[in-house]
Structures are given as C-alpha cells and as structure tokens.
Design a protein around this ligand. Structure first.
Ligand code: LLP
Length: 433
C-alpha cells in the first residue's frame, strides 16, 4: 500500500480521499496514484544514492504528469522506446538527463534520440553500433553511449524478467569477449563517446548478492578496458530491479541499505583493481511507482465453486482483469486485495479475484481471505499495481484501458483518462471493400 492509504470505518482512503467518493466521480476500474508516495520514494532513492544518478525507469509507468514529478524530484529518466521518449519530451524533460534503452533500435529511433540530444544511448548490439557509426558520420551528429553487458548472473526472479544470464536477448557477453570487442568498436568511432558499461540483472530482486556479483564482473571488464584499450570509462550503471512487497510475505530492501552495500562493493573492487571509481547510476522503476498505485474495481458476480475433496472456493468477478493487470497471468505474480467500500463482520472466506475476460487464466488475485458476505457492488482495491500494470495494459476483448487518477492532499486529478470506444474505433478503418 502507498503511505497515505488507511481505512476509516471500512472505507479505504488514499491521498486524503475516500475511495468510494473518488470512484463515484471516475467510475471503476481505476488506477489510483498516490502522488506524495511516488514523490517520496523517488526522493528516498535520490537521497540514498546521492552520489549516483538515479534514472526512473519509465517502462514501469509513464505519463506526462509522472515525467514532470520525476524531473521535479531531481531524478533522470530511462526510456526504452520512441514513444516513451515522446512522452518525456512532451513533459519538457531535459533530454540530457534521459537514457535510451532497447535491444532493437532502428536507425530512425537512433536518429531521433541523437537529434533530441538524449544524454546516453545504451547500445545492445553490433548492428546498433554500426547504425550509430553511420549516423554520427553526418555533420553535427554525435552520440554518448553506454554498452549493455551481460554479467552472467542468475538473478533469483521469474525467468521472463531475469536478464543477466547468457541465454537471453539483451547485452554483450562479458565472458565470450563480445563486450570488450563492442568497447573497442565504439572507441574507434570518432562521433561516439563511450561513457561506460551498463548492467541490468533483472527485476523484482530481493537478494543484493546478484548486484554485487554483477558489479564485480562489470568492474573487472572496466579494468580490462583500461589496460588493453587505454581508456578510463567515467560512468557505470547497475540497472534497476529492486523488489517490492506484493504480499505480507515479501520483505524488500530499503534503498538506503542497498546504496550503502553497492557503494562499498564498488569502492572495494576499484581499489583492488587499481582503477578510479566510476560515477554510478541506477534505474529503479518498480520500487518507485509500484507501491504508489492501487487498482479499484467493482464486484460484479460472486460464485461458489466446489472443489475436489469438498472444499469451496469463492470466485469474485470484478469489472477489470488481465487487460489492466496481466502480471498474475503472465508471471504467476502474487497480489492481495481488500474490500474498500465498507466494514464487515462476516467470517472470512478464501476467495479468488478474477476479471471479466473470456479465459480461465484471467486471475487478478489467486488467493485472498475476503469477508464471507462479499457481494456485487462492493469495491475491491488491489495494492501495488503501479508498476507494469497500466504500462502493460491491453485492449483484450476491446476492454477500455482504465484511467490513472492522481490523488494528493484530498485533491484528485485524472492524469490519464479512461479510454472510450471512440478511441478504440479510431484505428478501425471500417468496411474498406
Ligand atoms: N533498467 C533496465 C535496463 C530494464 O530493463 C528495467 C526493466 C529497469 C531498469 C527497471 O526495472 P525495475 O526497477 O522496474 O525492476 N514486466 C515485468 C518487469 C520487466 C522489467 C523490464 N526491465 C514485470 O511486470 O514484472
């Protein structure tokens, strides 16, 4: 839950507003974004990592308002598509403080990023380096880059979001020598400035040992680059991936503690390797926006399903589903939820919260104890939906993607409005016979 969330007589309040009152205006489903919570988490990272640059990873959730808050709180921004870059620029974000990611940037993407004056492009393949070489051969075009390397770490997280083992699409392998070759190639290009190496080991990580191993391996490569290629790289990025609590079983690290641990390792390794300490940067997304949002749904139907062995499971269907939060279906993610509209003394029952899409995997919350009298019309709130929910939302079954409502000090502002059927039909070219 975000820091301002609490219940008053069974009604959930966020940002100084009662959720039932809020949704009376905006309807459900809706994402409720606690602005002060977002800002304070951004500040906590900035303060804990005060000698680092902190890049907020926009892929977790980005809109113009959020890009503005990120700038106001003194963070930089990581984008990974042309459209994310557009949102950032539309928000007036200083391009020099933007990092641009992606394993398959086209020449057009790169041209746009270079022309906009993006502060760093994180290169991920030889094809991309080649494209940048041609681009920067044009008058007035220069690029600053970091090289994404694969540290060969098995991060303990879901397979789909682990990115530092060898057999996946991102980065240049350190062990095979590809990363060193990439550095050589970039250093030879007159229009490209090599800022440093970049490693991102995965997402929703609790155990800091993966970051330690990655830092050691990247610094070892940095030392080899100094020795063999004769250059000292001024920067190094250790990526994002800091885990958050989705259920009470999760126990995430505090940013300040992580900062201390990471700084110590980097200091120690640089001393041991005899190289100067690079300026560090990190890219948290989930840890800043994840806890700041919850999704509010209205219960539509409640059904008792009899399981083998005589047990009963209560299926609570709500007015959203895998189109606004695909994480349970895709990563088997765990979420919790609560009734946000009233108190109940009823004995709790084990419930499963499901959406309204036409497939059985459309599950939002696998198991939660809800009051036994949960019924149509109740509001349910699912916490921790700030990261990778709205940003991965789809129009499956022509679902209209829900709005994002920012709340702060008792005031609500719609920062992303609800889609309309007209929005959807705008791309449908009709009967074109
Ligand atoms: N930097 C890079 C290069 C990344 O690829 C990512 C996430 C981040 C930073 C931010 O990671 P964070 O701090 O948010 O964990 N859709 C998945 C997560 C995919 C993460 C992709 N890259 C999910 O819902 O769990």
């Amino acid at each position: 839950w975000s820091q301002t969330a609490h219940k008053v007589d069974g009604e959930l309040h966020v940002g100084g507003l009662a959720i039932p009152e809020l949704v009376a205006n905006v309807n459900t489903p809706a994402y409720v974004l606690d602005e002060e919570d977002f800002r304070s988490r951004a500040r906590a990272f900035r303060d804990a990592f005060s000698s680092y640059d902190v890049f907020y990873a926009g892929k977790a959730f980005l809109c113009i308002a959020v890009a503005t808050w990120v700038a106001e709180e003194g963070l930089c921004l990581d984008v990974c598509s042309n459209s994310e870059l557009t949102v950032a620029l539309r928000a007036g974000f200083d391009p020099a403080r933007i990092g641009y990611h992606g394993n398959n940037k086209s020449t057009a993407d790169l041209r746009r990023a270079v022309a906009a004056g993006v502060g760093r492009i994180v290169v991920d393949s030889l094809d991309e380096i080649e494209r940048l070489e041609s681009l920067t051969a044009e008058p007035g075009m220069t690029a600053k880059v970091m090289i994404r390397v694969t540290a060969g770490v098995e991060a303990h997280t879901h397979e789909y979001i682990a990115t530092a083992h060898e057999d996946q699409k991102f980065g240049f392998s350190i062990t095979s020598g590809d990363a060193l070759d990439a550095a050589r190639r970039v250093l030879a290009a007159p229009g490209i400035e090599l800022l440093g190496l970049h490693s991102h080991i995965g997402s929703q990580i609790f155990d800091s040992s993966g970051f330690e191993v990655a830092a050691r391996r990247v610094l070892a490569l940095q030392a080899r680059i100094s020795e063999e290629l004769g250059v000292t790289l001024p920067e190094m990025d250790l990526g994002g991936g800091f885990g958050i609590a989705y259920t009470t079983q999760d126990d995430p690290a505090d940013p300040a503690q992580l900062a201390t641990e990471m700084t110590k390792i980097v200091e120690h390794e640089c001393r041991a390797l005899g190289i100067p300490e690079p300026r560090l940067s990190i890219e948290p997304g989930r840890a800043i926006v994840g806890p700041a949002m919850c999704t509010v749904y209205t219960v539509g139907t409640v059904k008792q399903v009899h399981l083998d062995g005589g047990a009963v499971r209560t299926y609570v269907s709500v007015d959203g589903g895998m189109s606004d939060n695909i994480r349970t279906a895709l990563y088997d993610a765990d979420y919790s939820c609560t009734v946000a509209s009233r108190a109940s003394e009823a004995v709790p029952v084990l419930a499963r919260v499901v959406g309204k899409h036409c497939e059985a995997g459309d599950i939002l919350v696998k198991d939660e104890f809800l009051p036994g009298d949960v019924r149509p019309g109740d509001l349910l709130a699912v916490p921790g939906t700030g990261a990778y929910c709205r940003s991965m939302a789809s129009n499956y079954n022509h679902a209209l993607r829900p709005p994002v409502v920012a709340v702060r000090d008792g005031v609500a502002r719609v920062v992303v409005r609800r889609e309309t059927e007209d929005d959807l039909l705008a791309t449908d070219m009709g009967d074109v016979r």
